[in-house]
Design a protein around this ligand. Structure first.
Ligand code: ZN
Length: 285
C-alpha cells in the first residue's frame, strides 16, 4: 500500500499549479492592499507610503525619546528694565514685597562703560530661553522688551504662580567694588506665610544652579554669600512666588573680568548653557 506522500507525477502537477496560483493571488492581494493604504490602517498611512520604499518598515520606526523638559514651564525674570532711570516716579511707587513695602523696582547697576545691568539680564534671558525651549520647556518672560520700564517686583514674583511653573529664575548682575568678583545665587529665607511653601525646593534649585555654574568654570562670589549661595527674606520677587524661585547675580559688573564675561555673547552663552543644565537637573532629580 503506497504511503500518502508518494503521489504519482500526474497527481502532483495540478497540486503544484494550484499552489503556485494561490501564491500569485496572495501576492497580488498584498500589493493591492498596500497601494490603497488599507494595510497601515490609519490616516498616517498616506505619508508612510510616500516616504518609504515598498516592503520597508520605516513607518514603524520607534519615536525619539521625549525632550528632558517636555511639559515643563520655566519662568525667566530678566531683572529691571533698561529705561528705569527715566521712569523714577513709576518705579519708585511702593508695592508689597512680602508683608512689607518696597519700591516697585530699581534702576539696577551698570558696567564701567555704561551698559545697563537690565540689558545684560535681558540678553542672558533670551539666550537661556532659546536653550530651554530647545529642551522642550515653555518659557515665559516677565517682561517683553528691554526698553521702557516693566512690571514691579510683586508682579514678577507672581509670574510663575498662575502658569504652574516648575521654577521662577530671576536673572541679575551685581554692582560691587572692583576687587570683588564671582556669582551668587539667592534663595528665599523663611518668611512665614510667604516662603515656607517654596523654601526647601528653592534651596534645591539654588544648589543645582550653583553646581552647574561652578562646573562651567565660574567662580562663586568672593564678597558675600557662602560657596556661591546667599539667603534673603527682603526680596519681593522671591517672596511673592508660590513656585520654587531663585535669583542669580551672575557676576559683579563693577569687576572688569566679570563685566567682560557678561557683556560678551560667548560669555553669556557659557552662563546660559550652565543654567539650562541646572534646570534639567533640578526638575528631573
Ligand atoms: Zn539687579
Amino acid at each position: 500500500m503506497p504511503r500518502r506522500h508518494e503521489l504519482s507525477a500526474d497527481r502532483r502537477r495540478p497540486l503544484l499549479l494550484f499552489a503556485l496560483g494561490l501564491v500569485l493571488v496572495l501576492v497580488c492581494a498584498a500589493l493591492v492592499i498596500r497601494a490603497v493604504g488599507g494595510g497601515d490602517g490609519g490616516p498616517a498611512s498616506g505619508r508612510a507610503i510616500g516616504a518609504s520604499a515598498p516592503g520597508t518598515e520605516t513607518d514603524q520606526a520607534p519615536s525619539p525619546p521625549p525632550l528632558p523638559l517636555a511639559g515643563r514651564t520655566v519662568v525667566l525674570d530678566p531683572g529691571h528694565n533698561r529705561d528705569n532711570a527715566q521712569h523714577l516716579a513709576e518705579i519708585g511707587r511702593p508695592v508689597d514685597a512680602g508683608g512689607f513695602e518696597k519700591a516697585c523696582n530699581t534702576t539696577g547697576t551698570a558696567t564701567a562703560d555704561g551698559l545697563p545691568e537690565a540689558t545684560i539680564n535681558w540678553k542672558l534671558a533670551l539666550a537661556l530661553q532659546d536653550r530651554l525651549e530647545a529642551l522642550g520647556a515653555t518659557v515665559p518672560l516677565t517682561r517683553d522688551a528691554d526698553a521702557g520700564w516693566g512690571p514691579c517686583i510683586d508682579e514678577r514674583g507672581r509670574a510663575g504662580n498662575g502658569v504652574g511653573a516648575d521654577l521662577l529664575l530671576s536673572l541679575h548682575a551685581d554692582g560691587a567694588a572692583a576687587g570683588a568678583h564671582g556669582f551668587h545665587v539667592i534663595q528665599p529665607g523663611l518668611l512665614p506665610g510667604w516662603t515656607d511653601d517654596i523654601q526647601a525646593d528653592s534651596a534645591r534649585a539654588a544648589l543645582a544652579v550653583r553646581d552647574e555654574l561652578v562646573a562651567a568654570g565660574l567662580s562663586p562670589a568672593t564678597y558675600l554669600g557662602r560657596d556661591g549661595i546667599d539667603e534673603r527674606t527682603d526680596l519681593g520677587t522671591l517672596n511673592h512666588s508660590d513656585v520654587p524661585a531663585v535669583m542669580l547675580e551672575a557676576g559683579n559688573l563693577g569687576n572688569p573680568a566679570d563685566a567682560a564675561l557678561l557683556t560678551a555673547p560667548a560669555g553669556r552663552g557659557i552662563v546660559a548653557d550652565a543654567l539650562a543644565e541646572a534646570v534639567v537637573a533640578f526638575v528631573t532629580e
